[in-house]
Ligand binder design. Structure first.
Ligand SMILES: [Zn+2]
Length: 436
């Protein structure tokens, strides 16, 4: 039997997810066919495919999917998840449906752009294709204009996480450390494998060849410890393995570990409010420095950014390499827990401005770890005028990058205190939110 496997990649405004179903007999083959026909029209003997890969949620689709779920949930268990997602979307909402997950940055951005465009009000009411011929004088004042502007004025880069990605020259004698400027000629060593995103939070494939052993050691014993401390509880809840296996953490008032796919958290301090919301408090045994946490975010971005951007980021590097320097007027960091968008491996996206005339940050970065999203700006770029240290400035920024404003619930925080503290983490069980 041919075509006994069906794979879908859905991209919606609130995130993406994959569905893969295999058929082993006649009945399950019929289930695949029926599922496909919910999303695709049949003409004669063939399914009709549209190049745009964009679909719109309809009442009919919701109803068919609901009936399908009741009928086939034993054969296609993942259908429950799909049904839940589609039933929560609004009728008329556009989403992309592809046979495979896009791997390259440009393909991913194309899909994101298409989904965004399908949900812009003008587009939906007319149903017309947007073409560049339509660009008038007021092009830059509407939402489509802003989206195009973003593509034109910026470079996007996101190192692939599904294959080994090495940043910088492979020959050691050709390498120059991005952080201290050291080379083999000046005595810098490049014997260690430097992970651009720490291995301890799940990165396996993104390696920075341009980080010398001394800098690698420095980051490991300073900033990375605070990063790991911040993510420890998340690693337990989601079961993220590092080279030491699943985390087991002891706290002053409890402990937490992951075993057989289940997170187990014990604490002497559990509070339940009148609405039945349960909060678990965990007092850390380890030191955490919020400024170090922010510096470790910035370090990841500097590890992967186009090397040609580094000359305008010399003050940023100086601030990064001085562990005593907290920094002044640091940009706010946006944080979001996005239940629909789970990343199985941490992912970093760098958006750097190539046009000097724009009043948006030189380097904007997004880090996705599991359900967490962090939006941060590299401070002290020579190409920045604004500091992005106020909420207003951040909200203006979201107008330039509408894909961020489609997510609701961003909170902003400044990581400016350079002090070692033993944090108390609060785990809210109703939504699995962790707050230090
Ligand atoms: Zn170095």
């Amino acid at each position: 039997m041919k075509n006994n496997k069906l794979q879908y990649y859905f991209h919606t405004l609130s995130g993406s997810f994959e569905l893969s179903v295999e058929a082993h007999n006649k009945e399950s083959s019929a289930a695949l066919y029926e599922l496909h026909s919910i999303f695709f029209e049949i003409e004669g003997n063939w399914f009709v495919y549209d190049d745009s890969n964009i679909h719109y949620v309809t009442m009919k689709m919701k109803e068919e999917l609901r009936l399908y779920t009741n009928k086939y949930r034993q054969i296609v268990p993942q259908i429950n998840q799909l049904n839940a997602k589609i039933s929560h979307m609004n009728c008329g909402e556009g989403f992309a449906l592809l046979p495979v997950k896009p791997v390259s940055t440009i393909d991913r951005l194309r899909v994101e752009a298409a989904v965004l465009e399908s949900n812009l009000p003008n587009r939906k009411s007319t149903g017309d294709d947007f073409s560049s011929d339509d660009i008038g004088d007021d092009f830059f004042s509407d939402d489509i204009g802003k989206f195009r502007l973003q593509i034109q004025g910026y470079n996007f880069f996101s190192p692939r996480v599904d294959v080994k990605t090495k940043i910088g020259p492979s020959r050691r004698q050709d390498r120059k450390c991005r952080f201290c400027g050291g080379t083999s000629q000046t005595g810098a060593k490049f014997k260690k494998k430097a992970h651009a995103i720490p291995e301890s939070i799940g990165n396996k494939n993104i390696i920075c060849n341009e980080e010398c052993d001394a800098c690698n050691e420095f980051f490991g014993v300073t900033y990375e410890k605070s990063l790991v401390e911040y993510f420890n509880i998340y690693r337990v809840i989601d079961g993220v393995k590092s080279k030491e296996g699943y985390p087991r953490i002891s706290y002053q008032n409890g402990y937490a570990f992951h075993s057989n796919g289940v997170a187990q958290v014990y604490s002497e301090d559990i509070i339940e409010d009148e609405h039945g919301n349960v909060q678990i408090k965990l007092k850390s045994n380890e030191y955490f420095n919020e400024n170090y946490f922010y510096k470790s975010l910035c370090k990841m971005a500097l590890s992967v950014i186009d090397v040609n951007e580094l000359p305008s980021l010399q003050r940023t590097l100086k601030w990064l390499m001085d562990k005593y320097e907290a920094g002044v007027d640091l940009p706010l960091v946006g944080m979001l827990i996005s239940p629909a968008g789970y990343e199985s491996e941490p992912k970093i996206i760098i958006i750097n401005r190539v046009d000097d005339s724009l009043s948006s940050p030189h380097v904007l970065c997004e880090l996705r770890v599991g359900y967490y999203k962090f939006l941060f700006i590299l401070p002290y770029s020579d190409k920045d005028e604004l500091k992005y240290s106020s909420k207003n400035e951040m909200e203006e920024l979201f107008k330039v990058f509408p894909q961020f404003s489609t997510d609701v619930g961003w909170i902003y925080k400044k990581f400016s205190v350079n002090k070692m503290v033993k944090p108390v983490f609060a785990v809210n069980l109703n939504n699995s939110q962790v707050e230090p």
